[in-house]
Design a protein around this ligand. Structure first.
Ligand SMILES: Nc1ncnc2c1ncn2[C@@H]1O[C@H](COP(=O)(O)OP(=O)(O)O)[C@@H](O)[C@H]1O
Ligand SMILES: [Mg+2]
Length: 600
């Protein structure tokens, strides 16, 4: 996992360092809140570490000069050096500690804010993006920001201090030598950076190629049935061979570049330094320079050169962080749904009577505006009625129920509950009055108790058990040694579809909604658990308005109305008795088809 994070960081797109992107970066700073002083104090210590680092070559030079002078000079410089080291130790400690402290507090605030905003975003935003993309904003982007705020900014500033301070000190040490240095070293350092950049880019190409050929291995292993069934082993071996050949070619190319790079460093960079030393030695011979100054000078040169090389990488990281910041801010600034974040408020809402009505509802998903899923659907359910919706898969049944929850708003027409347009209710109120039992229940990783409590967080133990009993779930729950505290999900016990369904029903019973939606709740169950679930559902539907979406018509015979949805329109409606007598009726046909299946 850690390795994947790193490769993700390598791939992170960068943003240009512009006034706008810097302003955005500063916007993140506002999340530091009352801890700004710590950041400024950290900057002070940072300047301290830069200054003490710069003092280092001078100290070495002075010691060497003192070696030629008397003992007291040497002792004096010994104490100074000790003092500088102590100072540097303290500075470094506080600079790192303070930056981490500030950054972690800032990140906590950003993480919370992005998550809070993300979970409140409307469905069309959330479903148009892959879940992985959004969660990577909270993990990869934020860890990029973390690295930059704890390390890269500090290093960038420290190295800037060293470069500027170092060059000034070079000139104060020896103007002639400094001028010679400026002609030789910076161009070489820049060339090194550029050269290094190309080598890295090429290496990345090799990595990608390796990944490509690994994909072939993965694909063929996953689809090994197909490979063998089609007797295509030879073809896959050929494909893989071609890809590994490509890897070899690119890797050797990179190898050649790296060899040239190494030669360049040895000849160019070391050669440059040696040339400089040569010139310095010449100046000393001429009596124009002291030996201590020469060493001091060379050390500054190495410092400045190293910082010029290092600052490029910091700059690169900061650009990536600006890109990450952009994405995080986009999420932070995206318009969220107006959900009520005060969990207790729902208790005070008056209960819906539970009638609902669709009037000429037309709807297309925002992600696919050209496909009209519902083309003017009208239907009505009186309070306490059981309405059934049947129709081929893909006819828009689930879509219709999503509209009732206001996951999406229709493009035209209206949806009313208790005679009032649903857009007039606060979202939290609206949704607090409804519950859905879907076909495939996904439970949260956690205990059964937590999963049932999701319907009513403040429910008592008795209420939970009663709900579980009504949902026909208590029987199997009480058989687990841990009972309600048994953990479900990836790391816990695996529940069958019917068991998960019954937990979802218990959850809905606790929520006690006035409108209930069953979206093919029993469709994927075997007949034994279907009977248990169906019985629980019948209890759940009592005293509420329910919209039952069903595949198996046997479960909806007693509905007050049955609606047949086809091609985005309601084609037939009526009771079971009315619909099966309809000549050429869709329902009649569906019904006889299913009876045939049952008989055969
Ligand atoms: N989130 C979505 N974005 C775009 N199109 C969707 C989405 N969900 C469903 N659809 C499309 O809307 C149509 C109706 O789907 P759905 O309501 O799930 O049908 P049903 O529940 O009747 O099987 C289908 O054509 C489906 O491809
Ligand atoms: Mg569906």
């Amino acid at each position: 996992m850690a390795r994947r994070d790193r490769t993700e960081k390598v791939d992170m797109p960068r943003a240009k360092l512009s006034r706008q992107s810097i302003r955005k970066g500063l916007q993140l700073f506002s999340y530091i809140g009352s801890n700004k002083w710590k950041f400024y104090l950290g900057l002070f210590f940072l300047a301290g570490t830069g200054a003490t680092a710069l003092a280092f070559p001078t100290m070495i030079g002075e010691i060497l000069k003192a070696a030629d002078a008397d003992w007291s000079q040497l002792v004096k410089w010994g104490w100074i050096i000790l003092g500088v080291f102590v100072a540097q130790t303290v500075f470094s400690y506080f600079r790192i500690y303070l930056f981490v402290d500030v950054t972690e507090r800032m990140l906590e605030a950003i993480r919370k804010a992005t998550y809070e905003n993300m979970i409140k975003l409307n469905m069309s935003y959330l479903t148009q993006r892959r879940a992985g993309e959004l969660s990577s904003r909270i993990s990869a982007d934020i860890s990029q920001i973390q690295d930059t705020f704890t390390t890269n900014i500090a290093e960038f500033l420290r190295q800037t201090i060293i470069i500027i301070g170092g060059i000034i000190l070079l000139f104060t040490t020896s103007v002639k030598l400094a001028l010679a240095m400026l002609i030789i070293i910076p161009p070489l350092a820049i060339l090194t950076v550029i050269f290094g950049y190309f080598v890295r880019k090429k290496s990345k190409g090799v990595q990608d190629q390796v990944a490509d050929s690994n994909t072939i291995v993965d694909e063929t292993l996953q689809g090994i049935h197909n490979v063998k069934a089609f007797a295509n082993e030879y073809y896959e071996v050929f494909r893989y061979g071609k890809s590994t050949g490509e890897v070899r070619k690119k890797a050797i190319q990179v190898g050649r570049m790296r060899a040239a790079f190494a030669s360049f460093i040895i000849f160019g960079l070391f050669g440059g330094i040696v040339a400089l030393i040569f010139y310095g030695a010449y100046l000393k011979q001429q009596g124009l320079m002291e030996y201590g100054d020469l060493v001091q000078f060379m050390l500054y040169t190495v410092f400045v050169g190293g910082s010029i090389g290092g600052i490029a990488e910091q700059y690169n990281q900061i650009q990536k962080t600006l890109g990450a910041t952009d994405r995080v801010l986009e999420l932070l600034n995206e318009d969220a749904e107006l959900v009520d974040m005060d969990g207790d408020r729902r208790k005070s809402y008056p209960r819906f009577r539970g009638s609902f009505q669709f009037e000429k509802v037309e709807f297309a998903y925002p992600s696919r505006p050209e496909v009209t899923v519902l083309k003017g659907v009208s239907l009505e359910a009186k309070a306490g009625e059981k309405i059934a919706l049947v129709g081929q898969s893909g006819s828009g049944k689930t879509t219709l129920s999503s509209l009732l929850f206001r996951f999406y708003d229709p493009q035209s027409g209206s949806i009313k509950i208790d005679g009032k347009d649903i857009r007039e209710y606060p979202l939290t109120y609206l949704r607090s009055q409804m519950a859905i039992v879907p076909q495939d229940v996904v439970l949260f990783g956690g205990s059964i108790r937590e999963n049932i409590l999701y319907g009513k967080p403040e429910a008592s133990e008795e209420e939970i058990i009663e709900a579980a009993k009504k949902a026909n779930a208590w029987n199997f729950i009480s058989q687990f040694p841990e009972g309600l505290d048994a953990i479900v999900g990836d790391r816990g016990i695996k529940l069958s579809g019917g068991q998960r369904q019954r937990i979802a029903i218990a959850r809905a019973i606790l929520k006690d909604p006035s409108i209930l939606i069953l979206d093919e709740a029993t469709s994927s169950l075997d007949s034994e658990s279907e009977a248990l679930v169906q019985e629980a559902l019948e209890k759940l539907m009592k005293g509420r308005t329910s919209l039952v979406i069903a595949h198996r018509l046997s479960t909806i015979r007693n509905a007050d109305h049955i609606l047949v949805l086809q091609d985005g329109e309601i084609h037939e409606s009526g009771t079971h008795e009315q619909l099966i007598t309809r000549e050429n009726g869709i329902y009649k046909k569906l019904n006889s088809m299913q009876s045939d299946v049952l008989i055969s």
